[in-house]
Design a protein around this ligand. Sequence first.
Ligand code: ATP
Length: 620
Amino acid sequence: MRSQRPFLIEALTAIGLIAAPFILPYLDFTPTTMSRIMVWGLFGIGFDILFGFTGLLSFGQSAFYGTGGMVAAYLLTIVGFKYVVISVIIGMIVAAFVGYLIGLIALRRTGIYFAMITVAIAEVFYFVEFNPLSEYTGGENGLPGVPTPTLSFGSHVIHLNTDWTLYGFFAFWYLVGITIALRIVRSPVGVIFSAIRDNPLRAAAVGHNIHGYKLTAFVIAAAYAGFAGGLLGVLQGFMPPEAFTFDTSGQLVIQTAIGGAGTLFGPLLGATVWLYLSDFFQNTFHLGASWKLVLGVIFVLLVCFLRRGLVGGIKDLYELIVRPRAAEIASREVAPAASLGAAGARSGTVDETRAAPMPSRARETDGFSGPILEAIGLTKHYDGLVANADINFSVRSGELRGIIGPNGAGKTTFFRMLTCEVPPTSGKIVFEGHDITGKSVTDVCQLGLTKSYQVNQLFTRLTVRQNLTISALAERRGKFRLDLMRRLSKIPGLTEQVEHTLELINLAARADVPVSALAYGEKRRLEIGLALASSPSLLLLDEPLAGMSPSERVETVKLLKSIARGRTMVVIDHDMDSLFNLVERITVLQEGRVLVEGTPEQIKGNAAVQEAYLGGVVAA
Ligand code: ATP
């Protein structure tokens, strides 16, 4: 996501596209095959943003490919419009609009149901193209006579009608497409796409409107498909009805898997392998229709042994050979200077006084001076089971409150209702004077109330810094904004907020490490950091010490104390000693009800608590 040399990849792509005609013909690539690779590559960029980056597997991209292509071809042949590129762009806009409408329906479901809806919708498009709209689309004959483009320089006109000039035309548009896509995936929206792929529930809980972003990815994919469909008509001189078939969507998925999803270049590489092998098996080996059988076997082998596709394999090789050497050199340079300062960081020691307190977000509270949070008669039933019953609970601003209770007492359910993850069966939640009952978890986080989870909910394929960036972005940009071309570095205060959180949770030395490589204690600290990076004014922590070693607990309690400065916090935990040492007041839950509330001293000496929670052990 962060790029040291912003246009390096774009420049290398341009060089590759210019060099290809001088190299690939020696490997028996024809100019037409190379042009087809460009069209498939462009089609695949959008699909990769949808699938590889956002995690939405669609088998219906042919609907938009066909739509864009048919609209452009219709304008150029039946209407007689003579501007090729403008027609292709109009086709793209129509495909994007259709994608928006389809996305509104398909994105109501996730996973396999989403994929099945896309298949069904593509089938509907195929039927419509062949029957009701055949007058406009040519039915099974398609639309012949799509012209090649021309370039006009005053009175001088260049016809792009030879194989190589057409390759240049398609390569140019591929370069434009990849440049825009690289910009998108590096933008705040691109980062949020990856968050949705990794953990959609947490992406929503840190304050992002994930439905809006999923729809955005869907429309982008439809736009790329529509544009590529328009180019297909130009390439072949006619718009084939096969563009609408399930085969087209399937081939796109396979090519992306071969090349590597989530890489942007994967579909291009996948198309190169696919088209080259299909030509090779059919023309050299004369395999006829059985070439697909051989390709199928190759596909299975590739997916089994290169799970991240060819681009993923190349990246892994690069990491293996180049990165360790770079890291070795860097560590040699850094070691003398860092040897003193890093000692604390490596041991995971939290210096309570070092990091300044993380500011809560400034918000218009209309001069409200009552409790920051109030739960009134909060009740939750799961069928016959009463998880929470008539809970009345109030926290004043700046307070550090603890909640304890035996397993199954209803503590987590209570937190889930407060953050509006689950709706209460009855009762009311008032935050900063506003009734928030029935709001979404995203809206409540945007208001400044969020929680860390009992079981880590991290963005596991991303680094520590990227995790915190996702959370901080929700506070900086609001729940939805289409800043697709903006750089992360251009968002005021974002870097500072992320760096500050890194310092506070003592993970600055591990900022660029993927979450999967963190130790358990570090993951727990990051879990707290995710909640913290959205600068909440009320932070709920669900068992932050769960699963930690005694020394990690001591460090985490120090961390919680430093976080608590200037903030209201409610902490659930089973570790009595740590909690009594941390909080000012404690609420005890038992069987879904408030048993008692008081200072740690009062709770320690309360016979009902000892009986209910400690089973009389302490009393004894
Ligand atoms: P622990 O300390 O073990 O985390 P807890 O005090 O947080 O427990 P909850 O997780 O809130 O307790 O659960 C309270 C009760 O509600 C339990 O009996 C639990 O089985 C039940 N419960 C919680 N979530 C659901 C659900 N989604 N569906 C049905 N029952 C649920």
